[in-house]
Write a protein that binds this ligand. Structure first.
Ligand code: SAH
Length: 493
């Protein structure tokens, strides 16, 4: 199993930079053992003008069978893999994808300690995979790689050159050329090689959805063949595929421009027209949330839909908050949050207090159980109303923190925004905005259904006629008994 990555140099940039990017020195051949055999990285050529790195994976077919990994879907032995003689040793498949991700893990993440500026630069790349099993043939290969900006060569490999009348095998010889960042190129291969092979060597479980979303960041949400990629990647497990597709859709929506939030929030500055410099609404909201968390005595806190991490940052400043988890569906928001918090340069003590995780609030998530409090600051209005019961169940039914703090715009106040045309919501991605009455009704029902009490508080100037710009609800558990909820979940699992 074989794959090469080549690049050419430019006057200011030698081709051998590829070695820095891959974290593998061009002068040395290196060997890594994987559970299915041995991976070698070597450079057939390495000059300032041209550099080629080759990844060769020697698959131990016997180990593959002995380890029981050669099982097909549903655990039944796969005819192709149950034998010692099969195509796995030479065909580029999920085994090669796994080897890529373990041998080149830093490169795939886009990190390069020696030359931190390199990963962001697109390079002229040429990638060759001589024997790529491709279900659907060359057309599918093109449909998958061309939308990503690759020029694709996909020549069918004859079954036997001695006997041309036998026709083509299911393999193509693949050549990709394009100006791409190396990390993107590796992530394309990591996902698309097994998609083309269409036979994973391991059992696909739900954490594959996370892997797919991580590797697909920045390209999969907009790929025209997203459905085919998702369903094949997840071995056609429909529930996982549906979940992945929904999350990709949410990512797409969440990544539509968020700047409008700030614009409108800043408009309050003009209104609270006092002598002192007015405080932006976003800051008032954060202060109100932090105060409510302190009042509740919370120390371990979830910030659900944390966006770009402003609240997480504020919480870190107060040492009473010993564990802070920010979750968001948008990888892009999380990347910005990580940068804002300087997660990679944080001291160990600080770093132990904070974690950012990707996930969707419309699915129950075991990682969210057992916290003192959860904050949903300006999040509920980003979900379609029919999805709200799913969020309600995930937060109040399953995660069940002692305290839940929800803030959302008060639509009545919109008439006070001079910059907002009548009848408009404050942000293009708001699916709805509630009146005070509507919010109270929703919150009251949720509280009752899940054994919480709820109190309301205004955030920002409380207008005698239309109320405050932001409304906040603080839920507190009254019934600890969650047996019905647990039973329901067990049944679902
Ligand atoms: N809490 C932040 C950000 C609010 S913007 C603040 O108060 O400033 C809304 C955030 O919710 C976005 O970052 C969006 O990505 C996230 N979001 C939307 N739908 C989500 C879902 N289903 N699961 C998790 N996060 C979601």
């Amino acid at each position: 199993m074989f794959l090469t990555i080549s690049t050419t140099g430019a006057p200011e940039r030698p081709a051998t930079d590829l070695g820095h990017l891959l974290h593998k020195h061009p002068d040395r051949a290196q060997t890594f053992s994987t559970s299915y055999g041995t991976a070698h990285v070597l450079y057939p050529e390495a000059s300032a003008e041209r550099c080629t790195a080759a990844l060769l994976l020697e698959v131990d077919a016997v180990a593959l069978v002995r380890r029981g990994k050669g099982k097909g879907r549903g655990g039944a032995p796969d005819a192709a893999l149950a034998q010692y003689v099969n195509d796995r040793p030479y065909a580029a498949s999920s085994l090669l994808a796994v080897a890529l991700s373990s041998v080149f893990s830093s490169a795939m993440k886009g990190s390069c300690r020696a030359r931190p500026e390199l990963p962001a630069c697109p390079l002229p790349l040429r990638i060759e995979v001589p024997a790529l099993p491709a279900r659907g043939g060359a057309d599918v290969v093109r449909a998958l790689f061309e939308p990503l900006g690759w020029t694709v060569g996909a020549e069918p490999v004859a079954l036997d050159t001695e006997f041309p009348e036998w026709g083509d095998s299911r393999y193509v010889s693949l050549v990709l050329e394009g100006e791409q960042r190396l990390a993107d190129a590796l992530r394309h291969l990591y996902v698309l090689l097994p998609v083309l092979d269409d036979a994973k060597h391991y059992w696909v479980s739900s954490d594959e959805v996370d892997k797919l979303l991580r590797a697909g960041e920045g390209w999969l949400p907009d790929h025209p063949e997203q459905k085919l990629i998702t369903s094949r990647y997840l071995s056609r497990r429909w529930s996982l595929t549906r979940q992945a597709m929904e999350r990709l859709e949410l990512v797409r929506l969440a990544e539509t421009d968020d700047s409008a939030v700030e614009e409108i929030d800043n408009a309050v500055d003009e209104r609270t027209d006092s002598e002192e410099k007015p405080v932006p609404l976003a800051v008032l909201r954060r202060d109100a949330v932090v105060a409510a968390l302190r009042d509740a005595g919370a120390t371990r806190v979830l910030d659900l839909g944390c966006g770009q991490g402003q609240l997480v940052q504020a919480l870190l400043k107060d040492t009473r908050f010993t564990e802070i988890v920010g979750m968001d569906v948008s990888m892009r928001a999380l990347t910005v949050a990580a940068r804002r918090l300087k997660l990679d340069r944080m001291g160990e003590r600080q770093a132990e207090r904070v974690r950012l995780v990707q996930g969707s609030l419309t699915y129950t998530d075991k990682r969210l159980k057992g916290y003192d409090a959860a904050v949903l600051s300006e999040v509920v209005e980003h979900l379609d109303l029919p999805r709200l019961p799913a969020l309600e169940y995930a937060v109040f039914g399953s995660a069940r923190p002692r305290t839940v703090i929800v803030t959302t715009p008060n639509v009545e106040y919109n008439v006070r925004w001079e910059t907002l045309p009548a009848g408009h919501v404050r942000h293009g991605d708001h699916r709805f905005e509630w009146t005070r009455e509507e919010f109270r009704t929703w919150a009251g029902t949720v509280a009752e259904r899940h054994g919480y009490g709820v109190e309301f508080a205004p955030v920002g100037p409380d207008d005698p006629e239309v109320g405050p710009p932001t409304q906040m609800a603080v839920f507190t558990v009254t019934t600890e008994n969650t047996s019905t909820v647990d039973a329901k979940e067990e049944k679902a699992a």
